[in-house]
Design a protein around this ligand. Structure first.
Ligand code: SF4
Length: 366
């Protein structure tokens, strides 16, 4: 398949690994920002093929994992209300809230529906004018344009029974927060290629400069990731700290102009809580004043949420790269994808799920 098979070529992968080995002279810690990259690294054993000196630290770039517990609990409160049709992508239904998940809400009679696009939720709203239809709009800069476009369409079409429960987060402020942490061990980043395909790369050079870190925009196939690591190590070894684009087939410096215009119109930047990490200033989007009527949090005025995180789940440390998933005592025993205690075990991009899917036999005997 074009753009997949040629980026998994074993011969070329071997060449890149040899190049990385040849230039590596000391220990380096590199964080891949995106959970999709984490899964690719673990699935293909890329971290095991690298020289021992290079440690891959798994970053917080899993949108399901970082959606704050308070928003999850609000989603369940809204979805439980009579007259509400609550629409979401499927992976959010099993994310544990304080005492249940959206599947439980559905089993208790809530009208919770899995959709494949926010526009599907808008269609449901138009087909059910006497019901309130809410779409759970989470994710990074990648998923935000489709959600923005749906709200724009709802307003344009005069669909007043549609609203968005928003929890969008932004990558560059998260990189800054990681670098500001006193426990930070990260020396370079593989930036998330799909995020940059939307937003471009203009926000990254100042981060390279301020924190003296290389940032290499990287894709998701094995050769993409190895090329990103190769470029990162070359910079580290030569003392450079620059932005490089190793994913030029998808990313341009200016990003996607139409998507960015839509985002600027519909959203505005706000402080945002990250599950397991805390509030990061200016790290998220909320609906701008012109679209505030479509904000589910305002429409439903949910109050009295008292969040309670699992006492054993260490997903906050996993998300900050402080521990690997199998260092959590519950990994693979109390916590599995069928019975997840934390969002990082639920999501298809979560680090705990990646280790469970591809590494559990190795790490359980380690
Ligand atoms: S293995 Fe489960 S309990 Fe442990 S950190 Fe991951 S999600 Fe949380």
């Amino acid at each position: 398949m074009k753009y997949l098979d040629e980026f998994s070529d074993p011969q070329l992968a071997g060449n890149l690994i040899e190049e990385i080995k040849a230039v590596t002279t000391r220990r380096w810690s590199i964080m891949e920002v995106c959970g999709g990259q984490t899964h690719s690294i673990i699935r293909h054993g890329i971290d095991q093929l690298l020289p021992d000196e290079i440690e891959m630290i798994h970053g917080p770039g899993c949108p399901v994992c970082v959606t704050p517990l308070e928003i999850i609990d609000k989603a369940m409160e809204i979805a439980s209300r009579p007259g509400v049709i609550f629409c979401s992508f499927g992976d959010m239904l099993r994310v544990p809230g304080s005492d249940k998940d959206l599947f439980r809400v559905k089993s208790e009679g809530g009208d919770v529906r899995v959709v494949y696009s926010p526009l599907d939720a808008l269609t449901i709203a138009r087909d059910n004018p006497d019901r309130q239809v809410v779409f759970f709009g989470i994710g990074f800069e990648t998923t935000a344009p489709a959600n923005a476009m749906t709200v724009y369409q709802a307003k344009r079409l005069g669909v007043e029974n549609f609203s968005l429960l928003v929890s969008h987060v932004l990558v560059p402020p998260a990189i800054a927060a990681i670098m500001e942490s006193p426990t930070c061990r990260v020396q370079a980043f593989l930036a998330a290629g799909h995020v940059c395909s939307v937003m471009g790369t203009e926000e990254y050079p100042s981060l390279c400069e301020k924190y003296e870190i290389p940032i290499v925009v990287t894709g998701f196939e094995p050769l993409d990731i190895l090329e990103g690591i190769r470029r990162t190590v070359l910079q580290l070894e030569s003392g450079r700290h620059e932005l490089e684009n190793a994913y030029p087939r998808a990313v341009r410096a200016e990003g996607n102009a139409a998507a960015r215009r839509m985002l600027t119109d519909v959203f505005e930047v706000t402080d945002r809580g990250w599950r397991g990490i805390g509030t990061i200033p200016d790290s998220g989007w909320q609906l701008s004043p012109g679209y505030r009527d479509y904000d589910a949090e305002h429409r439903f005025a949910v109050t009295g949420i008292h969040t309670a995180e699992s006492a054993v789940c260490r997903s906050g440390e996993v998300l900050q790269g402080l521990i690997k998933p199998h260092e959590c005592a519950a990994f693979g025993t109390l916590c599995t994808p069928r019975n997840p205690l934390g969002a990082t075990m639920v999501s298809s991009e979560g680090a705990c799920a990646a280790y469970y899917l591809y590494r559990r036999l190795e790490v359980s005997h380690a």
